[in-house]
Design a protein. Sequence first.
Length: 236
Amino acid sequence: MTDYKRMEQRLSEGLGLARRPVAVAFRERAPSDVPKFSGTEPSGCSYWRLAAEGRTFYTVPSDHYNCPIGSYTHNIPLPPERAPELDQVLGFMTSVGYLRMEEVPTIPRLSSTPGAIVYAPLGETPLDPDVVLLSGRPGKVMLVQEAAIRAGVTSQTNVLARPTCMALPAAMAHGLVASTACVGNRVYTGLDDDELYVAIPGRDLTLVVDQLQTIGAANAALLQYHRDRRQKLATE
């Protein structure tokens, strides 16, 4: 398996990350050597926070029922007694002007319902991840996107907005994507107002990380280049 500890180290050092990268793996059945999550959380993205804090665990579909929107993006059907909750949440969101119902069918979703979802800090992931999530300030997100462009694995999708959780299926289907996150995600994860997400397909992680040093050095050279031009050419 890939040396994910080294991958996390390279990402953290190259980008100055304040939070640990999170590895997410979707599986048909629960892994035997990973502990199951116990307790409740209000959203699927809450598990991102726990993994970034250093926990490794897996969830099952019922652990996601508290988040109708996250269940939708993860293709997890709600049980009959809770199925109306999706329409209730969508109805509230449309009533306050947050979204329009015609947008819902365009939201990326997983192609199939996972039997288990494994979350871990990247450096401690017990499985090859399907998606790796990074959070950081725009200048650092920029470097990851540029590394992906150089590696030829970036998505042609625009920067994603709400819901944040759609970034996972979008990355798996199309390549690296950035997300401005959403208000719910910021509440449940503690993401700061000046931070964004990048979702990297696990299959492309090595390609992106291998280009970070080149992109970092190029940006350092360009920073001095543009500072010099500004000093020489700006009249005000």
